[in-house]
Each structure stands twice: as C-alpha cells, then as structure tokens.
Design a protein around this ligand. Structure first.
Ligand code: YH5
Length: 277
C-alpha cells in the first residue's frame, strides 16, 4: 500500500527563500549506518538546525564530493531510511532525500520524505518512474559525468545557457512522465563540473534560470568556490557561504541548501530588514 507523501511547502508561494539544512547520514569511523548512534546523532543535529531556523532537512547517505567512491544501494538504504523514519516520527518539518537511486527514492518517500533531491537529475534507469509514482516533489540538478570525472568536464561555450537548456530538457521529461510543474525544482549544480569562474557566472546570472518557470534551489555551502573566494578552509566557510546564499536569494533562489543554518538565517534577516524599511 502506498500512502500519500507528507505535504511539501508550496515552493512558489512561500514569499521568502526557504532554508534547507544539510544532514549527512554517512557514518563516521565509529559507527555503522542505521545504528542507534547514527540515528540519535541525526535527530540531535536536526533539532539544532530547526532551532536555528531551518525550514526543511535534506538527508543524504551518499557522498557526491569530487572523487568520492560510490555507495552500494543497500548500504545507502541502511543509512538513510532509519534516519528519515526517526525524523518523521519526531519532527513535523518537511524532509528531503538526497539520492539518485530509484529504490532509495521510493522507500524514503514511504518513510516520510516529501522531496527527492537528485544531483543526477533522475537520469538513472527507473528514477523518473519511481519519483512520479511516489507523489513527492523533485529537485533536478545539472551535472556532467560522475563525481569521479566531473572535474575535467568543464568545457562550455556559455555555461548559463547550457545549464538552462539541460534543466529545461529535464523539466520537459518530468512533465511528460506525469509530474506536475508545481512539484519540480531546478538547481544549476554549483561545484559539479564547473570551474571557479563558471560557478560565479551562474551565481551572478541566476535570474536567467528563472525563465524556466520552476523554483530554483542552490547549494554552495562550504564548497570550494567559497574556499577559493575567501581563502578559508572548509570548517571556516560559514560566513562566505551565508554571503553566497544571500546573493542567490536576492537573485530569486527559492531554496538555500546550507550547513550553517544560523548564519544563513541572520543574513536573510538583514536583507529582509532592508526590504521592509
Ligand atoms: C547541490 O548543490 N550538493 S552534495 C563539497 C564540499 C562541500 C559540500 C567541502 N547535494 C548539492 O554539499 N543537492 C550536494 O566541499 C546537492 N544541490 C543539490 N540539490 C555536495 C556538497 C558539498 C560538496
């Protein structure tokens, strides 16, 4: 039996950018995915992000950092599903699942996720069908190749035009599979097969993606583009990341995917204070 997924925000009607807190369900060296410790820590981290102002939580069990090794599907399931079940039973915030696996998508929505966030834009066999059948919203992101080889695939004539064309094609494909346009978000894929200059061209020209008519999700948090702009190591990129999120919000981003929720919330609060003054 399939139950309707929990309600997602109405992405077009929120009136302000939403903050998506990043939750890694990847086990550290002391614990296995799905074990009590991993789940308890995920609950605590979620509680902290919600208190800091997160509107939704993105749960991921696969590392897609450049050069990361792929995770087996059963391992990804074992990491992610117990965490989503625990969060769904304790919190009523919307939950998102960061996955490219059709099986993980279906189980995650059953467990309480309302958004499927796929850095591979539902290109794996069966992914579009699984997402359509789940009833959840979907976020499709632009990337080229796989995390292992994407660093070399940065030859674009016009990165903004090519990313826009790719997302338009994915949008049409999802609509053709019966996913309604209100359920679709798009993401230019900062850091995925883009150079430093290309990442910042996408940020500067983010408004050009608005022509797609879909809400835009951005994920720049702590990425190398922030490290290169600020000269800071990964653990000191919160301020740079909040600045980048604010610039994206000003250019129309609907959802900001971030690690540092409080810094992002405060940056947005300053912007809002200016807007209403
Ligand atoms: C994204 O942009 N990114 S996973 C390298 C880092 C820091 C962070 C230190 N999932 C996105 O967050 N989903 C990821 O360097 C995503 N958009 C969407 N929709 C990579 C990540 C990261 C990688």
């Amino acid at each position: 039996m399939t139950t309707a997924p929990r309600a997602c925000p109405d992405w077009r009607q929120t009136g302000r950018p939403l903050i998506m807190g990043i939750l890694n369900a990847t086990p550290d060296s002391f614990s296995d995915g799905g074990c009590f410790d991993t789940v308890e820590r995920a609950v605590d981290a979620t509680q902290a992000m919600l208190e800091a102002g997160a509107d939704l939580i993105d749960v991921g069990g696969e590392s897609t950092r450049p050069g990361a090794t792929p995770v087996a599907e059963d391992e990804e399931l074992a990491r992610v599903i117990p965490v989503i079940e625990a969060l769904a039973s304790r919190f009523d915030c919307p939950l998102s699942v960061d996955t490219s696996s059709p099986m993980v998508m279906s189980h995650a929505v059953e467990a309480g996720a309302c958004l499927i966030n796929d850095v591979r834009a539902l290109t794996r066999p069966g992914a579009v069908e699984a997402a359509a059948a789940s009833g959840a919203s979907v976020c499709v992101m632009h990337m080229r190749g796989e995390p292992g080889d994407m660093a070399t695939r940065t030859d674009y004539d016009d990165v903004v035009a090519e990313v826009t064309d790719y997302l338009a094609e994915r949008f049409r494909c999802l609509r053709a599979a019966g996913i309604s346009s209100e359920r679709i978000l798009v993401d230019p894929g900062f850091g995925f097969a883009k150079t430093h200059e290309q990442n910042f061209a996408l940020l500067r020209r983010l408004e050009e993606l608005a022509g797609l008519g879909a809400p835009i999700l951005v994920g720049m948090s702590r990425k190398r583009m922030i490290g290169e702009a600020t000269g800071q190591s990964v653990e000191r990129r919160a301020v740079g990341s909040a600045a980048a999120a604010l610039l994206a919000a000003e250019r129309g981003a609907a959802v900001l995917r971030v690690h540092d929720v409080e810094a992002t919330r405060d940056a947005l609060a300053v912007w809002r204070a200016m807007c209403v003054a």
